[in-house]
Design a protein around this ligand. Structure first.
Ligand SMILES: *Cc1c(COP(=O)(O)O)cnc(C)c1O
Length: 467
């Protein structure tokens, strides 16, 4: 590509020195990042005690005077790098922690040098953001006219969707939240499943819906809402939050049985699909979320299963006007377009995080994405089979990429989890499932291989036997 040559203003020596320093530091940081990636696979997944003690190097008062940035970078690497949890080597199974796809990571490095504010007015940032938003809607099989927007994560995406829902339901009833506020408005009925994610409750709270206002529908043995227990008398002042992917079991609510009725009666359905919504991107697994496309809004994460760097979530709203009503802002100096990210979310200034998702999807395409999702689920089933064969108890059917395991009673299960976390081959966390303490294994890193699963099963079984 050719670019129009510019007449450069002669820069002074200070500017030239600053530029040289920037170039040197970017190169040095990339070199150190490469060395980190090269060594991460050889050490304990969770940092050992001496590495954690090294973090004391950072616990200093604000320095009075400065020092060379190169020294600061070296300190960061020397004491910070060894004290990180290794999340990109395929053997970290805590929470729902996606690794980082190499293409997305590389894009983040370049985009870091660009430092674009994509809220409004970033040329490259906004153009790529718009494409990534469309690709997400397409990849998830959602209605093509839906509007997507990036934000900091599924909590923010849930909050954004809930506020869009709230304001839309009121607008249809002739009440403008923007003008009249919430005081005096007829209360909305809010319905969630018994197994609603805690962050969705936080989002509801931030949007003005207290815990006592929220009705919980019973769930079944897999953690999905029981369709037969779902109220049939919802109205046009009803907001329903359903879930694609229970955080413990991966099970999804019965969308096809619930959504049409709620919408026919004038209500709004929002989906928390932080990781589980990605099942829709796989022809093999899409049946698990059948009917999810009929909802009004959806929240998902890119930083979990899609394997892009933190922090990156996405909200999608069926009718873009509903998102705009809730989120647009304007000022004389801004000149934002209606599609500007600042008008589709809570933040004004924001980093151009969609670039990483664009790079991931551009690199792997639709088939690569489906393969990533399917592979993780196959590894989860392999985990369950291996652990079950060794005598452990799998507490719920493996719907997607989450596995729940108990090793005898509560005490032995807790001791086994502590032992594997200290042993270092892999890392898995703990949870309580329907009253039973359990190890929770989430296969969300694209780097995980069958060998990683086998080595991890072996280490877990060894840890169990050692107590
Ligand atoms: C992780 C998760 C969230 C919260 O997502 P963040 O990106 O951490 O804000 C919400 N819902 C479900 C089901 C999740 O798994």
């Amino acid at each position: 590509m050719t670019t129009t040559p510019l007449t450069r203003v002669q820069t002074n020596p200070a500017s030239r020195a600053r530029r040289r320093e920037r170039i040197g530091l970017i190169t040095e940081a990339s070199r150190r990042a490469g060395t980190y990636a090269a060594g991460a696979g050889d050490r304990a997944i969770f940092p050992q005690a001496d590495a954690l003690a090294g973090l004391d190097a950072f616990r200093q008062p604000l320095p009075q005077d400065g020092r060379p940035a190169r020294e600061v970078l070296a300190e960061l690497d020397t004491f910070g790098s060894p004290a990180t949890t290794v999340v990109n080597e395929g053997r970290y199974f805590g929470y729902v922690t996606g690794g980082t796809d190499p293409a997305a990571q590389a894009a983040a490095i370049l985009a870091g040098a660009w430092d674009q504010n994509v809220g409004s007015g970033s040329t490259a940032g906004e153009a790529i953001d718009a494409v990534a938003c469309q690709w997400i809607v397409d990849a998830l099989g959602l209605p093509s006219q839906s509007v997507a927007a990036f934000n900091g994560g599924a909590t923010v995406a849930n909050l954004t969707g809930i506020i869009a829902a709230r304001d839309a339901l009121y607008a249809r009833a002739g009440w403008s939240v923007a003008e009249q506020g919430l005081v005096g408005a007829r209360p909305l009925r809010v319905i969630v499943g018994e197994e609603v994610h805690t962050s969705a409750l936080k989002a509801l709270r931030l949007a003005g819906f207290g815990a006592a206002q929220v009705e919980r529908v019973p769930t079944d043995a897999t953690g999905a809402i029981r369709a037969d227990a779902f109220p049939q008398d919802t109205d046009d002042h009803t907001l329903v939050l359903l879930q694609a992917g229970n955080v413990n079991t991966g099970a999804s609510d019965p969308f096809a049985d619930i959504i049409p009725g709620v919408r026919e009666r004038g209500g709004w359905v929002h989906i928390d699909g932080a990781f589980g919504l990605w099942a829709a991107a796989s022809p093999q697994l899409a049946h698990q979320v059948a009917g999810v496309e009929h909802a009004d809004s959806w929240a998902t994460d890119a930083h979990k299963w899609l394997s892009v760097p933190y922090d990156s979530g996405i909200v999608i709203v069926r009718d873009g006007n509903d998102l705009a009503r809730a989120m647009s802002a304007d000022a004389a100096y801004l000149h934002p377009t209606a599609e500007a990210p600042m008008n589709k979310g809570i933040q004004m200034s924001q980093r151009a995080r969609a670039i990483e998702t664009w790079a991931m999807l551009a690199t792997h395409g639709r088939t690569g994405l489906a393969d990533l999702i399917e592979r993780s689920c196959a590894h989860a089933r392999r985990f369950a089979a291996g652990l079950e064969e060794a005598g452990a108890e799998i507490l719920a059917p493996v719907a997607l990429n989450q596995v729940l395991v108990a090793f005898g009673d509560a005490e032995r299960t807790a001791a086994t989890i502590a032992a594997i976390q200290a042993e270092g081959t892999c890392w898995a966390g703990s949870t309580v499932w329907h009253g039973r303490p359990a190890m929770r294994i989430s296969v969300s890193d694209a780097a995980t291989t069958a060998d990683d699963v086998d080595a991890s099963v072996e280490a877990i079984v060894r840890s169990w036997a050692s107590i």
